[in-house]
Design a protein around this ligand. Structure first.
Ligand code: SAM
Ligand code: SF4
Length: 351
């Protein structure tokens, strides 16, 4: 194995870098930032009191701690030199970052990136999408957990379904391909919408991913009982649609995928809780405040920002990236007694 790659001590070669561009968000999804009354009521209704009485341990990072576009571009350039091929911009809500298209343009110019994508809640996409596309964004994933206006608001804390649907439509018109949609399914919240969401993907030719609820919410209110396992979702989908499995050549793929009989649209199941795929994980994460994370569930973060703002050369930074990646966790421990939920929520980690 070449020493110029990002290789971990378990033999995995990292190819995918997720870059969070802000920890801020204009939504309050109850599986991520459950601060709304609806979220509190949902969790309280289940356990009388929330599982933890700890105050929610997060606050927005000051601007001085957030990486600049120059700093992000430098990290990405170095990471691409070490074999990273896919870059996904995320957050928090990436569309809240001013002039995001300038960052996209910088990254789109870097040779070696085969895939430049973004994950967004889509609320601001109608406003910002055309400039992002023109700047070189190639693919996009929207989060859409409900097709019902009231349920959408209950889940996200925002009456924004119409805006998100308009964003998804526009992404197709702009030629972003494929347009992906992520739905986190939570028992008792939106599991009754599984078939409707699948139908929506079929009608509109979208690639829909059903994602299991993971213990990454800021209130630490996650419970296994709220997870709808991928196998259960699949059984329900197969009862409605004659789906064909997709055989993927990409071993690092996190989704098990199916196509509809007429070939329009696609469904996928991402089941990190019930069927972990850690053995093939090839991802590294950079938080908005410049910390490296080798796993979604890492309890340790590695400070890159301090090094970026010191006299470190590109060679020093590359060596640091390699050293950090070497220590990537073998797997997560959800459901095991020793599992400890990371202090920061998905919005801070960058999903
Ligand atoms: N704000 C953007 C969005 O919602 O798409 C990007 C950041 S968000 C943290 C990235 C992805 O993480 C979204 O698809 C969201 O649904 C997912 N996510 C957040 N919290 C999660 C959790 N506790 N379990 C599973 N997925 C989660
Ligand atoms: Fe929801 Fe994404 Fe915001 Fe988290 S970061 S609250 S998932 S929109």
């Amino acid at each position: 194995m070449s020493s110029s790659l990002l290789v971990d001590s378990h033999g995995r070669v990292l190819r995918d870098l997720r870059v969070s561009v802000t920890d801020r968000c204009n939504f309050r999804c109850l599986y991520c930032l459950p601060e709304t009354e609806a979220a509190q009521n949902f969790y309280r209704g289940r356990w009388a009191t929330l599982p933890t009485s700890k105050p929610i341990a997060w606050e927005w990072q000051p601007k001085s701690k957030i990486l600049t576009f120059e700093e992000i571009e430098r990290v990405v350039r170095i990471a691409v030199g070490l074999g990273i091929q896919k870059i996904r911009l995320t957050g928090g809500e990436p569309l809240l970052r001013h002039h995001l298209e300038d960052l996209v343009a910088r990254l789109a110019r870097l040779p070696g990136i085969t895939d430049l994508a973004m994950t967004t809640n889509g609320f601001l996409f109608a406003e910002k999408g055309p400039a992002l596309r023109a700047a070189g964004l190639r693919r996009i994933s929207f989060s859409l957990d409900s097709l019902d206006r009231a349920n959408f608001q209950k889940i996200t804390g925002r009456d924004g379904l119409a805006e998100v649907l308009a964003g998804i439509r526009l992404a197709g018109e702009l030629g972003l391909n494929p347009v992906k949609v992520n739905a986190v399914i939570i028992r008792g919240i939106n599991d009754h919408e599984i078939e409707a969401l699948a139908g929506f993907a079929h009608t509109h030719g979208l690639a829909l991913r059903f994602i299991e609820f993971m213990p990454l919410d800021s209130a630490h209110a996650w419970q296994k009982e709220l997870v709808v396992p991928g196998t259960e979702i699949l059984q329900r989908l197969l009862a409605v649609h004659p789906l064909q499995p997709v055989v993927s050549a990409n071993a690092a793929e996190t989704a098990r995928r199916w196509t509809f009989a007429d070939g329009r649209g696609e469904l996928g199941l991402i089941s990190p809780v019930s069927e972990p795929f850690c053995g093939h994980c090839n991802r590294l994460r950079l938080t908005a405040d410049g910390k490296l994370r080798t796993c979604l569930f890492s309890v340790t973060e590695h400070d890159l920002r301090g090094r970026l703002r010191s006299a470190a050369t590109d060679v020093d930074l590359a060596a640091y990236l390699q050293a950090v990646v070497w220590g990537k966790e073998a797997r997560h421990h959800i459901g095991e007694p020793e599992f400890a939920q990371p202090a920061r929520s998905m919005s801070c980690i960058g999903g």
